[in-house]
Design a binder for this molecule. Structure first.
Ligand code: ITT
Length: 198
């Protein structure tokens, strides 16, 4: 089947395609020339996912979903949360986001650097009816970058008990345990039944 993903993040799109495999053909906002920026004005991952997917669905009126995701750090009362991609605004980048995270956690000891990634997916079918799927991954924020795989905060997100960051494991290993892996897998199971994908 053909499925729209309301994302301009090519790293997310790569992970989503790897998880869904070749039975589902993903098109993204990067395939629509000049698609306007979508303002993520929601206060929760779910609100933002709905804003993104509804904007795309209004344009294509075909099955579509959005992933809204981010990092919640306990010592920062859940920040950066929905602001994860723009944490180092006004000109954010993955690298500057990590620098800001280190600065805000500079007095926080290892045991108190608990965090989680959260991913919320909202899917709209061809009639615009919504379904929500969610996944989380618990971990710890390190004191230095390690590894070059993945994207975003992966080089500083340590997997508990593994002494490795998300950027030190393969894409396949990440997809098996990650917040996005769990949410997209739940979406996949739903789609298989709903659209008779064998
Ligand atoms: P779209 O809205 O176009 O999908 P985005 O990057 O702006 O792209 P979000 O608003 O959902 O997406 O923000 C997600 C941010 O959370 C992302 O840019 C990273 O900073 C962080 N993040 C989410 N998942 C991550 C992962 O698997 N590994 C590392 N960082 C992640």
């Amino acid at each position: 089947m053909k499925l729209w993903a309301a994302t301009k993040n090519s790293n997310k799109a790569r992970e989503i395609r790897q998880i869904l495999g070749d039975k589902i053909e993903i098109s993204t906002l990067l395939d629509v020339p000049n698609f306007p920026e979508i303002a993520e004005t929601g206060n929760t991952f779910e609100e933002n996912a709905l804003i993104k997917v509804q904007t795309l669905w209004n344009y294509v009126r075909e099955p579509a979903f959005a992933d809204d995701s981010g990092l919640e750090v306990d010592a920062l009362k859940g920040a950066p949360g929905v602001h994860s991609s723009r944490f180092s605004a006004p000109e954010p980048s993955d690298s500057k986001n990590i620098d800001k995270l280190f600065a805000e956690l500079k007095d926080v000891p290892a045991a108190k650097r608990t965090a989680r990634f959260r991913c919320v997916i909202v899917f709209l079918d061809e009639n615009g009816s919504p379904r929500t799927f969610e996944g989380t991954l618990e971990g710890l924020i390190g004191f230095e970058r390690k590894g070059t795989n993945g994207f975003g905060y992966d080089p500083v997100f340590i997997l508990p008990g593994k002494n490795r960051t998300l950027a030190e494991i393969s894409a396949g290993e990440k997809n098996l345990i990650s917040h996005r892996g769990k949410a997209v897998e739940a979406l996949f199971q739903f789609l298989k039944v709903r659209y008779n994908i064998t």
